[in-house]
Write a protein that binds this ligand. Structure first.
Ligand code: PLP
Length: 731
């Protein structure tokens, strides 16, 4: 989280002995703090983070804001001593009390609105979860969405368990070499330094289940992650009983070849169901977040067949329990396995379910008896669920088109794939500075009302927040970002020994219109579109009276050389003499970097090639900070943009060639920058404040914050897809 080290007024004062605290009270408080550190609730509650940060600003930053690590770093004796400081103790107590209140709350949204939700939890399967920067089990947008979904499920009081894998080495950490090439590092994480705990039974023995891969038995253990009132189980094959090659199976996020991929997906889907069974958990719904976990339907089917159901009955029962969200509008983005691979991976499983591999293959093919067709996870999921959805209006439409062959005789608009547009967990993405700002104006608990339109309309009225205050927030956040960027660039250059480190003390300006471009460097995201007409870019970046500055960040997939070349191109631009300090690239884009960027930038720029961006979420994180969003008419923006709450790039159409589309969109970007964005930002009143710009900011907050958050999104999933009474389970 945005560190505020050094701004703490009590630092440096002598520790005062307070006579009012008893040993017993101290012990209780320390136990509460240790419990607090082990529930990620702190990750969306800045006052709780502040307590850990104050204990050791050094370790807080060093550990990428990990309270468990901070508490290991501070000796028990020091902790006792420090907590005698009344101010720190009061803050610690209040954070712990708030946490306890949260855990015990009875009148949650679900309790008030969907009381039938009693019989069991929603089980949400996802290959990655982006919960916090210190828990590196995510690679990008899909993981962030899963993490935000879990946090809102907790806030709303939805009975919820998440299932994923424990990636001991996680997704890679990115370093950029001197010549601009991405290098990948995979540091191993030590479970004892993470907010996770091994899953044990009532007698303290490790809970283990197993799956069969090829003809081998692979044992699986689990780790719990507490996310407020929700819980995640992370499956892990790194057990001494397993063959070495299976111990490494869950080491990396999307690591390795096709064999690793199919094996990981067997562990996630089949292992996930078995692990829940081993714990005695009976979900009311299995939600497959993307096709990676779709093998879970084969396991549910196996259970039914074992119970002597006919295949038709068994399929109907499975379908009745499953919902599926697809995320990929690109055909090549869907997991596909060929017959040989399936045949090699599934023999033992087939034997135990009494099905042949040919029968299993039929579930994953569009044309079921076409032996040349590969097994597609999305097809399996679509065939075995009662509801399916895309993640924006446009993506729903693209998905219906893409999978219409699965539903012969159904007109494309009737293909049963709907949409629930993505959102973000606002509290988790709000920088501490912005959180303080809104709490002072809207009162504690404002973040629980994120989905309330009337609340936000009122919240941005000038009598609630004046232009001076709003501009004050913007300039504070921009300065914090500039400071963060200078520090990070300095560290990057120290490592690369690339000359003049002090030069980085003057990069970027806290007054300049700041544009953020951060994303995965997938080619369709076109991070370099800004530079398509380089002379133009040079001119606007170096303008004397109305300058702009660009901050880039993002990773390319380790096997995506095209993406790495894009990074290299950008990094080379940052090194040009005429652009030095005006264009920067921050290494190792993660949730922490993202939070600084979405809060400090004035404009968030996304230029995906339509219709490749299923939704996109990073722009949604920017809104609460008064940052304005600019995007091509793709994903969520196509339905969110109303002409006054940000800007669009290009038109709501798809050109016949990529080349033409890129030319049109680059021209559109230049036009909106030059005609609208830059002049409006620099159009100042006598008081130096851009009042018209702020009008847009107010309108963006009022119209977009209440709609593009995960409280609204999870509520929609509950009402449309999860609610048990709407879909009585056929038994
Ligand atoms: C939000 C986020 C993403 C997803 O952003 P998109 O808008 O989908 O590109 C990816 N990575 C990180 C670290 C994020 O915080």
């Amino acid at each position: 989280m945005n560190g505020v080290a050094g701004t703490n007024p009590t630092q440096g004062k002598p520790l005062r002995m307070a006579t009012t605290v008893s040993e017993k009270q101290l012990n209780a408080l320390i136990a509460d703090l240790r419990a607090l550190a082990r529930n990620l609730w702190w990750s969306w509650n800045p006052p709780a983070q502040e307590v850990f940060e104050r204990l050791s600003p050094y370790m807080w930053e060093r550990s990428n804001h990990n309270p468990v690590d901070v508490l290991r770093w501070i000796s028990p004796e020091e902790l006792r001593l420090r907590l005698r400081d009344p101010d720190l103790r009061t803050k610690a107590r209040s954070a712990c009390a708030e946490f306890e209140r949260y855990l015990k709350a009875k009148h949650t949204w679900v309790a008030r609105n969907v009381p039938l939700f009693r019989s069991g939890p929603v089980a949400y399967f996802s290959a990655e979860f982006g919960l916090h920067e210190s828990l590196r089990i995510y690679s990008g947008g899909l993981g962030i969405l899963s993490g935000d979904h879990s946090k809102s499920a907790s806030d709303l009081g939805l009975p919820f368990v998440g299932i994923s894998l424990f990636y001991r080495q996680g997704y890679f950490q990115q370093q950029i070499s001197n010549d601009g090439w991405q290098m990948e590092k995979y540091p191993s994480s030590d479970p004892s330094r993470l907010p996770i705990a091994p899953v044990v039974d009532a007698r303290g023995r490790t809970v283990v289940c197993q799956v069969e891969i090829a003809n081998q038995v692979v044992k699986i253990q689990g780790w719990t992650v507490e996310v407020g009132r929700a819980r995640l189980y992370l499956l892990d094959t790194d057990l001494p009983e397993n063959d070495q090659r299976y111990r490494d199976l869950t080491a990396h996020v999307y690591g390795g070849d096709q064999w690793t991929r199919i094996s990981q997906e067997i562990v996630l889907g089949i292992g996930g169901v078995r692990f829940l069974r081993a714990l005695g958990i009976t979900p009311v719904v299995f939600h497959m977040n993307e096709g990676h976990s779709a093998f879970l339907t084969l396991e549910l089917l196996r259970e039914q067949l074992k119970a002597k159901k006919t295949p038709a009955q068994a399929e109907a029962t499975v379908r009745n329990q499953c919902v599926f969200t697809t995320h990929t509008p690109v055909p090549a983005g869907h997991d596909r396995f060929d017959y040989g691979l399936m045949n090699a991976a599934f023999p033992a499983f087939c034997a135990s379910s009494g099905q042949s591999i040919d029968q299993v293959m039929r579930y994953g093919r569009v044309r079921q008896d076409d032996y040349n067709e590969q097994f597609t996870m999305t097809v399996l999921a679509l065939r075995m669920c009662r509801n399916a959805n895309g993640v924006s209006q446009l993506h729903g439409r693209v998905s219906r088109q893409m999978w219409r062959n699965l539903y012969p005789g159904t007109p494309v608009e009737k293909v049963p794939i709907g949409h629930v547009t993505n959102g973000v967990h606002i509290a988790g993405w709000t920088s501490p500075t912005a959180a303080r700002f809104w709490t002072e104006r809207l009162g504690v608990g404002w973040s629980e009302r994120v989905a309330d339109r009337k609340f936000w309309q009122k919240a941005v009225k000038p009598d609630s927040v004046s232009d001076v205050e709003l501009w004050g927030l913007r300039t504070t956040l921009r300065r914090e970002l500039v400071e963060f960027a200078r520090k990070r660039m300095r560290e990057q250059s120290l490592r690369n020994i690339s000359g003049d480190i002090a030069a980085f003390d003057d990069i970027l300006s806290p007054e300049t219109l700041t544009i953020g471009i951060a994303r995965r460097f997938a080619t369709y995201k076109r991070a370099q579109l800004f530079f398509r007409d380089f002379d133009w870019a040079l001119r606007v970046l170096t303008s004397q009276d109305q300058p702009i500055q660009l901050i880039f960040s993002g990773k390319a997939h380790p096997r995506d050389d095209a993406g790495k070349h894009f990074i290299k191109e950008i990094v080379n631009i940052t090194k040009r003499h005429d652009l030095f300090g005006k264009v920067v690239f921050i290494e190792d884009y993660d949730m922490n970097v993202a939070r600084y960027l979405v809060s400090g930038c004035d404009v968030w720029l996304a230029t995906p090639r339509r219709p490749m961006e299923a939704s996109g979420t990073s722009g949604m994180k920017a809104l609460i900070h008064g940052c304005l969003h600019v995007m091509t008419m793709d994903g969520w923006w196509r339905e969110a943009y109303d002409g006054r709450n940000g800007w669009k790039v290009g038109e709501d159409t798809t050109a016949e060639s990529e080349q033409l589309q890129d030319d049109l969109d680059a021209a559109g970007l230049r036009a909106v920058m030059e005609n609208d964005i830059i002049p409006l930002f620099y159009k100042r009143g006598k008081d130096g404040i851009p009042h018209e710009w702020l009008k847009r900011v107010r309108h963006a907050i009022a119209t977009l914050v209440p709609a593009y958050n995960t409280h609204r999104m999870v509520t929609e999933y509950i009402m449309k897809y999860y609610r048990p009474q709407q879909h009585p389970r056929g038994k």
